[in-house]
Design a protein around this ligand. Structure first.
Ligand SMILES: *Cc1c(COP(=O)(O)O)cnc(C)c1O
Length: 392
């Protein structure tokens, strides 16, 4: 699509072209395989000389539309998908790295991603270093010691720490490293890591892209030579997106721009409300001037996102347990990025695998609450929070 075409238009139209029998909506093609009577044609498609589909683990028409929409939202050369965010995050790590390589990342990566660094990379003799998330000097120093892949996530979950993608991409490229960024929390509406210098952007489409918390999926976007390697690994390890899920994610993505803009606005108002509330301190939201990463966020983000976190002054899991049940318009669940508001303490969600000591080491207090703003009326959400805080 030509570069003048906006994200709202892309969300609706990208990848959507003339379908079967004039259908205006993408058909859900549930076929495992695609048949050919002409052996030459079959051979050409099977060997990649002609366009077409052979078997859904390799490619599928509905999944291809999902990949195309994500590709155009990130303005990338190519895209591939997987059955979940973790399916796509693990793919570049296993496809692009080899024994003896070194990965530099940060402590605050998504829990599953950290598990790959800590449990699996060592088995393959791949050195994975997780630096203090906001310590750019330490990250640069680790990159300088040797780096094949720099893996970043910004804003992080649940503390919304901001990492300077452009600054670190430059340093990593000087070492010949590939830069991968998890853009799940920001969404392509608020942040485009490829334009900031990253090589590959990954998303858990389960979250904001789908937006309705009813389908799992993942997508990676970047240059064709890297996406081809990631796609090939995906074909072989087999964590393939289901065509029905691809359809649900596509349907959700059409309203991505609308939803995210509303979530940006509401999250800022909620963060400001909480920051002024006597029972809460501090509030972490990149859109607040008090946020340590606010200046970098202003440079690299177009909006500050729908996720914030805050600490009840009575810093304990017990206080969280008394607060959350009073919220009327919020699911208490281990998910984020949906049309409904979702709250969760890290101890039962993003950092459930950690001991309280490990959470303390990561700088995650027990009384912290992650708040993923939905698309409800913001006045109702603020009233809801106010009355739950009164009940403490
Ligand atoms: C949820 C999430 C993932 C993992 O995605 P799944 O679809 O659950 O596999 C990865 N990164 C971030 C930032 C997430 O929020």
């Amino acid at each position: 699509m030509n570069s003048k075409i906006g994200q709202g238009t892309r969300a609706v139209w990208a990848g959507e072209e003339g379908y079967l029998l004039g259908a205006t909506q993408v058909p859900v093609v549930l076929s495992a395989a695609f048949g050919y009577r002409d052996m030459d044609e079959w051979l050409n498609v099977a060997t990649g000389k002609a366009e077409g589909h052979i078997y859904t683990r390799n490619s599928n028409p509905t999944i291809a539309v999902f990949e195309e929409k994500a590709r155009l939202l990130e303005d990338a050369e190519a895209a591939t998908s997987a059955a979940s965010g973790m399916g796509i995050i693990s793919s570049p790590l296993f496809a692009l790295l080899a024994s003896g390589d070194r990965v530099v990342s940060v402590k605050d990566t998504y829990g599953g991603t950290s598990a790959i660094f800590n449990e699996y990379m060592p088995k393959y003799r791949i050195d994975a270093v997780q630096c203090d998330t906001a310590d750019h000097d330490q990250i640069e120093a680790e990159i300088a010691k040797g780096c094949n892949l720099l893996y970043l996530e910004t804003p992080t979950n649940p503390t919304t720490t901001i990492i300077d993608i452009a600054r670190l991409s430059k340093v990593a490229h000087a070492q010949g490293a590939v830069v991968v960024v998890d853009n799940t929390a920001a969404t392509p509406i608020n942040q485009n890591p490829l334009q900031l210098g990253a090589d590959v952007v990954v998303h858990s489409a389960t979250k904001f892209l789908g937006g309705h918390a009813d389908a799992l999926g993942g997508v990676a976007c970047g240059p064709k030579h890297l996406i081809d390697q990631i796609h090939h690994y995906r074909e072989i390890h087999g964590a393939v997106l289901d065509p029905m899920s691809a359809y649900l994610l596509l349907r959700g993505m059409k309203t991505l721009d609308l939803r995210v803009k509303r979530q940006n606005e509401s999250a800022l108002r909620i963060a400001q409300f909480l920051e002024s509330h006597p029972a809460v301190e501090p509030v972490f939201y990149p859109g607040l001037e008090s946020h340590a990463g606010h200046a970098i966020a202003r440079q690299q983000m177009k909006g500050f996102g729908g996720i914030l976190s805050f600490l009840l002054k009575e810093n304990s899991l017990d206080a969280v347990g008394r607060f959350i049940p009073h919220l009327r318009f919020a699911h208490a669940a281990g998910n984020l990025g949906a049309v409904e508001t979702i709250v969760a303490p890290p101890a039962t969600s993003s950092h459930v695998e950690c001991t309280p000591e490990e959470r303390a080491w990561l700088g995650i207090p027990e009384g912290l609450i992650r708040y993923s703003t939905g698309i409800e009326d913001v006045e109702d959400l603020i009233d809801d929070l106010a009355s739950a805080l009164k009940g403490l």
